[in-house]
Design a protein around this ligand. Structure first.
Ligand SMILES: *Cc1c(COP(=O)(O)O)cnc(C)c1O
Length: 248
């Protein structure tokens, strides 16, 4: 697209994304260094629900290599217009078994696996397409009834079961701690999930059917703390794109 055909409003949003991205990268670097890790070891994922494609593509052009959508339908409506070359697209929202066919083959990773049933469907469809889909197991770290994700004490067993399936690679854990907590409480959740991540990784001595490579935790309000407490991937929406407008 020619710059001249872009509205002033859009240009101003592009500019905001550039500034926000610089600030986020800076904070991520500081947090990684403080936790004794290299900044390259922590991935920034842009969370793009409600964000127009032009703005997503602008963020991708600035070097954001990972993007996550929540809903299959929204992902599919944007998919053909995304600048996908060399980029990693993940599904991060709850996935119903009956939507699996609409998303496998389009995303590199599904971060929200929380049942044998959905894992089985992802594996079957992936095999049918002759490919592999990476998955993370979503852990309901606060044991919240309203939330998806598997209970922390059931995560290991689920991983053992589903990592046997052809067509999927289990690569780690994803968690969304309860909203509206004090940061000190959120940090306790981060520490719990990190411990689980390390425990499950250390049990993987006899086979290599899964890896604990990614720990996806931390969002706009707490990504720096999440990194300090072991996150390898932060999922950032609002801090990058501004407040979401759900009205459109
Ligand atoms: C929306 C969303 C995010 C990003 O939330 P922000 O607070 O806007 O950064 C991260 N992860 C998931 C699963 C989400 O749905």
């Amino acid at each position: 697209m020619e710059k001249s055909s872009i509205s002033p409003e859009m240009l101003s949003r592009f500019h905001d994304v550039e500034e926000n991205l610089k600030a986020i990268r800076f904070q991520m670097e500081e947090a990684a260094l403080q936790s004794g890790r290299s900044p390259e070891d922590v991935i920034l994922m842009a969370v793009t629900k409600t964000v127009p494609v032009e703005i997503i593509n602008h963020a991708l052009s600035l070097g954001v290599d990972y993007m996550g959508e929540n809903r299959v339908q929204e992902l599919n409506s944007k998919y053909d217009s995304l600048s996908r070359e060399g980029k990693h697209i993940h599904l991060i929202g709850h996935l119903q078994t009956n939507k699996v066919r609409q998303v496998v083959g389009r995303v590199e990773m599904i971060q929200s696996v929380d049942s044998v049933r959905v894992a089985q469907a992802i594996a079957a469809r992936s095999s049918e397409l002759g490919r592999n889909t990476d998955v993370l197991v979503e852990v309901n770290i606060g044991n919240e009834e309203s939330k998806s994700g598997i209970a922390p004490d059931a995560a290991y067993e689920l991983i053992c079961q589903i990592s046997e399936f052809d067509g999927i690679n289990v690569q780690g854990l994803m968690a969304i701690p309860p909203a509206d907590c004090e940061i000190a409480q959120t940090i306790k959740y981060f520490d719990e999930i990190y411990k689980l991540f390390i425990d499950i990784g250390s049990k993987n001595t006899h086979n290599n059917s899964y890896t604990m490579k990614h720990l996806s935790m931390g969002m706009s309000a707490d990504y720096a703390e999440a990194i300090k407490h072991g996150s390898t991937m932060v999922r950032v929406g609002t801090a990058l794109f501004g407040r979401r407008n759900y009205s459109k």
